[in-house]
Design a protein around this ligand. Structure first.
Ligand code: SER
Length: 598
């Protein structure tokens, strides 16, 4: 069964059972406590909590998901950063019986998987939540013998909440038996065994509880169902493949890479898989307007792209190898996710630019890495350059590579691991902190010490910068992120992610919006809190590694919320009149605005 057919059959099956087909929500989540959509239930979270669903009580979807949590596992046969999740949902309607029976009906009748291949994991209970006996019984009544049903704990069979709080509950997981043969563990070879015999295909979540911020569980008034099945894994089973990378959702991409490489895939399957997965993730993120940067979603994109480029080097792939691969990806998904096709030119430009940018520094950076890791020491005859001693990348060296060659920290960790080199985490953290102090001192110097007039001007321009940032996000879109900021006594300068020149009309709208907020004389409030909490509360941040544990969040009304060291004014009315004096490019995908207060 082709993947297109699988997707359609799933939606049709549940539509016939009274579900409304809802299209995938974007990967860029609107929930401020998470960066990405990682599961199908996210767009329905509020309906699980009792809000009335405009789609009715039953929905079905095929959701684009992106997660970096499994990034280190990508390269095995089944883990991915980008995946599509098929799911059916009930908000206070049907519960365990229908969910289990329909899941089995879909897999055995529609997909024609022999029921003997299916094994079940269910929640065995713990001190807070009782065993899910009901599900266990329903599975048996539905024809799965007891010896293929196993109870597991929280880690495997309890799901949620996404973010800090929300609906959650026990799960039942359907595992597919790939080999039919037990590993040397014999009877103990069962679902969740690490021998590779089983692959988890479908997760059925029974939302019965609400978990609050203190991890306290309260029964939900309205019970719900949230199921999720990765289409790539189901395709792997139905197409008789031994990994998701051989299914029709990956094969054309891998073939394209193979065409460009002198090394066949059998010699380095992991590199092929990582490249294919990461470029796919990059195409989807870029198609939603994400631009590589050093912050949040942009940083995730930069990370996967740079990792793909490095593995491309290992396979000796030519320059811009990602372009034909990305075109194959567009071809696979263009009829399902229209944005992928509509944004194709932009996406390819982003890929190409990031590759060019990184290309320039990667080789030099790698040489520099080798030099710094393997420092020579005199051998026993006193000859320099014969013996090596150091198997550690010191923090200060790592910081140089990060600053000068744009090596993301985990990228360095990975190269270190491959070469059996220790990464000096603590030293790296200290180097970042030291750098922060130096830039702060520099800023003070620029303002001529703490002269009163100068510091009032600085405070005004800082507050104006926050207003500008938020205004740009409103006028141009949420993809706008701070890439840099500089304030002198005369003006502010603000760099942000956006790919096109701003039109006269856009500039005017931004300027007007800032002035409107100044006129309203809004209160500027400062609150200190741990960095993590600040991000969860929706505060914007810049360069996440550089923040201390405790940060100041400046809120202007409920309109703008940003982490900043200040100083700021107390009321926006103090700013006077805001005027943009210049708008220009500041590197690939970045624009720069200069503005003054009059
Ligand atoms: N939310 C669950 C998951 O992501 C089921 O959809 O696995």
């Amino acid at each position: 069964m082709k993947s297109e057919e699988i997707r359609q059959k799933f939606l049709d099956f549940f539509e016939k059972k009274g579900h409304k087909i809802v299209s995938s929500s974007p990967i860029l989540s609107t929930d401020p406590t998470v960066l990405f959509t990682t599961a199908g239930m996210q767009q329905f979270k509020k309906y699980f909590l009792g809000e009335k669903s405009p789609f009715g009580k039953r929905t079905v979807s095929c959701q684009k998901c992106f997660r970096t949590s499994d990034i280190d596992e990508v390269g095995d046969g089944s883990h991915l950063t980008f995946l599509e999740m098929l799911g059916n949902f009930s908000f206070g309607d049907y519960f365990k019986k229908e969910t289990i029976e329909w899941a089995l009906e879909f897999l055995t009748k529609v997909c024609k998987i022999p029921s003997s291949k299916l094994w079940i994991g269910y929640f065995k209970g713990d001190k807070d939540v009782p065993e899910d006996k009901e599900s266990c019984e329903i599975w048996q009544k539905s024809g799965i013998p007891k010896d293929r049903i196993y109870g597991f704990g929280r880690e495997d069979n309890f799901w949620g909440p996404t973010g800090e709080e929300g609906p959650c509950g026990p799960t039942s997981e359907i595992h597919y038996d790939l080999t039919g043969k037990a590993c040397p563990k014999g009877k103990d070879c069962r679902p969740n065994c690490d021998c590779g015999r089983f692959i988890e295909v479908w997760n059925l979540v029974f939302n019965e509880y609400y978990q609050d911020r203190n991890k306290k569980l309260t029964p939900l008034k309205q019970k719900g169902v949230d199921t999720g099945m990765g289409i790539e894994r189901l395709a792997m089973v139905l197409q008789g493949k031994s990994s998701v990378f051989e299914t029709d959702l990956f094969e054309p991409i891998i073939k394209e890479i193979e065409k460009q490489s002198s090394q066949p895939r059998a010699e380095n399957p992991k590199a092929y898989r990582i490249i294919a997965d990461h470029i796919k993730g990059a195409v989807f993120l870029a198609s939603e307007g994400v631009i590589p940067s050093n912050l949040e979603q942009g940083y995730a994109l930069r990370r996967i792209l740079r990792r793909a480029i490095r593995f491309g080097k290992l396979l000796n792939l030519p320059k811009n190898f990602s372009i034909p691969a990305a075109q194959k990806i567009t071809a696979i998904y263009q009829d399902i996710y229209l944005k992928v096709k509509a944004q194709e030119t932009d996406v390819l430009t982003i890929l190409q630019k990031e590759e060019e940018k990184f290309e320039k520094t990667l080789e030099k950076g790698l040489k520099e890495f080798e030099k710094r890791v393997f420092r020579r020491k005199p051998d026993k005859y006193g000859r320099i350059g014969v013996a090596y001693d150091q198997h550690i990348l010191y923090g200060s060296d790592a910081f140089d590579l990060y600053q000068t060659y744009g090596f993301p920290p985990e990228f360095m960790r990975e190269i270190c691991k491959e070469r059996d080199v220790q990464f000096d985490e603590e030293g790296f953290r200290q180097a970042i902190e030291k750098h922060q102090e130096i830039s702060r001192a520099g800023a003070e110097k620029k303002f001529g010490g703490v002269g009163k007039g100068a510091s009032i001007e600085a405070a005004k321009l800082h507050t104006a910068t926050h207003l500008l940032h938020q205004a740009l996000r409103e006028v141009l879109g949420e993809h706008v992120k701070q890439m840099g900021s500089d304030i002198t006594p005369q003006r502010l300068r603000f760099d942000f992610s956006h790919s096109a020149k701003l039109t006269e009309d856009e500039l005017k709208k931004v300027e007007d919006l800032v002035n409107q907020k100044i006129k309203k004389d809004l209160v500027v409030k400062m609150e200190e809190m741990p960095y993590k909490e600040a991000i969860k509360s929706g505060a914007l941040a810049f360069f996440k590694e550089k923040y201390p544990e405790k940060v100041s969040v400046y809120a202007i009304n409920s309109w703008s919320r940003e982490i900043c060291a200040g100083p700021h004014v107390n009321h926006t009315g103090e700013l006077g009149h805001f005027e943009i004096t210049k708008e220009e490019s500041s590197g690939a995908g970045t624009r720069r605005i200069r503005a003054v207060l009059k």
